[in-house]
Write a protein that binds this ligand. Structure first.
Ligand code: F0G
Length: 359
């Protein structure tokens, strides 16, 4: 039986005797060694932290379980967030779980289909904003000043507390912190959370070293790399379409204190990594998540020697969130045949005869 994140990481979380120990089985996600990329990049100690294995298919559940538990403890009557999709799916799920109404503000037409379907299935009130994520965040910030709703975006400090637990698990699994942690950066809460987690674990004597934090923003949505907000962020990784991240300072601190970097990856690089992960590693991630792998590929191309480094790429969300994108950008054939054995045989032999391999 799953203990849940609150129970497992209790000593490191803001839990009081009154905090309800809710769970949907979040956390404890697999750290999976790479097979193909490890060889191609000459990086024998490359791992993927599969945050896509959380209950709603993204890392957001780690922070959401803490934020919703604390909201319940405080007697909150409702939760609200702005979202590029995953936060809303997670808020909707935990809201449904504990019987607290969830309201989500999403940029109209900019959210992957699967994420919207999740929020709808869980019964959230969905407000599709004729505007950007950044505008949605500004609106929920001001609404929660005057309405008795709990804001569950990552500016809620409990969200970052929960998300830091992924760093604990990586150290527990590896026996030490990795040398590099590659992570996508959008609203920038996650990179700050991981950094906090690694630092706290080291202070507690669970790790001797700290990783370099390697954050990656999509080129068309890279305010931290540019050093200024981006009014109209664009990238096919819809989860990262953010021009003015809420945890900007925290991300910069994580980068600078760890001696890491925050760099850009292009949409083409994201797609390349997305395809490689699916067809070469058997990991179907969403494009935003592939940014961490795209970043590592970029470092390799620039000549970084990965041979003696332990590297973890955070796979933040599942590819199932956005099946439309997969069908648009992955080359694959669907062959229609009659329901007869000889047709199946003919189809099986056809690609082999031509020396083709199914992608
Ligand atoms: N990866 C995925 C799959 C995401 O959904 C997000 C952010 C990120 C990476 C970036 O993480 O914001 O902590 O830097 N999604 C948010 C949302 C913004 O509303 O679901 P971050």
């Amino acid at each position: 039986m799953s203990r849940g994140l609150l129970e497992k990481h209790r000593p490191f979380l803001p839990i009081s005797p009154k905090t309800p120990m809710i769970t949907l089985g979040e956390g404890d996600t697999p750290l999976v060694p790479s097979s193909k990329l490890a060889r191609e990049l000459g990086c024998p100690n490359l791992y993927f932290k599969l945050e896509s294995c959380n209950p709603t298919g993204s890392f957001k559940d780690r922070g959401m379980v803490v934020a919703v538990a604390k909201a319940l403890e405080a007697g909150s009557r409702g939760i609200i967030c702005a979202s590029t999709g995953n936060t809303s799916a997670s808020a909707a799920a935990y809201g449904a779980r504990v019987g607290v109404p969830a309201t989500v503000l999403v940029p109209q037409g900019d959210v992957a289909f699967g994420k919207l379907a999740q929020a709808q299935a869980h019964g959230a009130r969905i407000l599709a904003l004729n505007g950007s994520f950044d505008q949605a965040l500004t609106l929920v910030r001001s609404i929660t000043q005057t309405h008795p709703l709990t804001l569950v975006n990552s500016i809620n400090p409990h969200r970052l507390e929960g998300q830091k637990t992924a760093a604990f698990e990586i150290v527990d699994d590896l026996g030490e912190a990795p040398d590099l942690l590659c992570i996508p950066v959008g609203n920038a809460g996650n990179i700050a959370s991981y950094w906090r987690g690694f630092q706290e674990y080291r202070r507690a004597g669970r790790a001797k070293t700290l990783p370099k934090m390697m954050g990656f923003q999509a080129e068309g949505a890279a305010p931290i790399v540019l050093g200024r907000p981006v009014p109209h962020p664009t990238t096919l990784a819809s989860a990262l379409r953010i021009g003015n991240p809420a945890t900007w300072d925290g991300a910069v601190s994580a980068r600078d204190e760890s001696g890491g970097l925050i760099d850009t990856v292009t949409d083409d690089e994201i797609l390349e990594a997305y395809r490689l992960m699916a067809s070469g590693e058997g990991v179907f991630c969403e494009p935003a998540s592939a940014a961490s792998v795209a970043g590592l590929l970029k470092l390799h191309r620039k000549g970084l020697d990965l041979q003696d480094l332990t590297v973890v790429c955070v796979i933040t969300g599942s590819g199932l969130k956005d099946p439309e994108l997969a069908l648009r950008f992955v080359q694959s054939e669907v062959t229609e045949i009659a329901a007869e054995a000889k047709e199946v045989e003919a189809a099986l032999l056809a690609p082999m005869a031509q020396g083709r391999r199914a992608p």
